[in-house]
Design a protein around this ligand. Sequence first.
Ligand code: KG4
Ligand code: ZN
Length: 347
Amino acid sequence: MIIAGIETSCDESAVAILEIIGDKVAVLSNVISSQIAIHAEFGGVVPAIAAREHIKNLPIVWNEAIIQADNPKIDAIAVTAGPGLISSLLVGTTFAQTKSYLLNIPLIGVNHIEGHILSPILSASNISSINFPAICLTVSGGHTQITKINNTGDYELIGETLDDAAGECFDKIARLLELGYPGGPAISKEALEFNSDTNPVKITLPRPMQHSHDYNFSFSGLKTAVLYLVRDIKDKFKFEDIQSAVAYESQEAITDVLTQKTIKCAIENGISTVMLAGGVSANSRLREKFKQSAQKNNLNLFIPELKFTTDNASMIALAGYMKYINLADKQNFNWQNIQVDANDRIC
Ligand code: KG4
Ligand code: ZN
């Protein structure tokens, strides 16, 4: 089956074409047009500008994805239906509806977070190489949640942030440190500049809710702690030293809590498969800590390749495919022989 994915929930216009044969997923194309440079001067995404950019870029991205995939015959389209910026979502869903009508193929609405949750499958050798149940930490700009995946399409929310998402925390701390947008990659880069032998700034930040008896998170206090800390030490040290020391310690604090609570959740629930997904899973310290902790506790860990961590359309196409075959299974027909028409809407 060849399925196209369309993603426009925030500031990336993305289209991907996947070919899925049995257990094997081949990414034929994965095209992303990022608006980061446009929004950077405002310090965050401006919804009205994002929508206009999608209108301009999405048809170009679609054509490029089709060309890179060698003009395949597409069987279905999956599109992000939510959550996200409504003005951005409307561009993608309207475009997808038009294409599905013109090509007379089914349209599948996908939850953006489900796309992230399933993204580690894109980097596994086969769909079935991940054994469920699994515990998945999804960390993005808008979400931080631990999900128990009983199977594809069958999810239980086990824990989530009570306030800010981890990505939001990175973004806000980066802004306080004047490091630019998006904050995650900027903090990561700045943290590499930190040298504990030569930097005079010695600080320890809190690890919020690290020992709470649940699987929830809280990151707004950390942002406030950084705000007061920077205010108090600003006149005592060079700003470059403060930037690298605070970037390093914030990254350590955030990644410590995310790693420890997720691994603890897997162990306490007797689950041996752990997954990590979402934009913040691009963070190399987080990936490193997850790998070390999973190995130490004999857990199987699945993390997407970097290109599938931040928003992309391959994860949307994959989630759409899973939704489609799960529905086909329930209705007891062979999805490979389904006669479809444009009235087939799974949204
Ligand atoms: O999943 P995503 O692309 O979009 C949402 O669905 O929100 O995640 C974006 C978030 C941003 O907050 C960004 O700062 C963060 O992911 N991020 C990172 C890194 N790369 C992106 N955070 C930490 N380290 C990174 N290397
Ligand atoms: Zn996302």
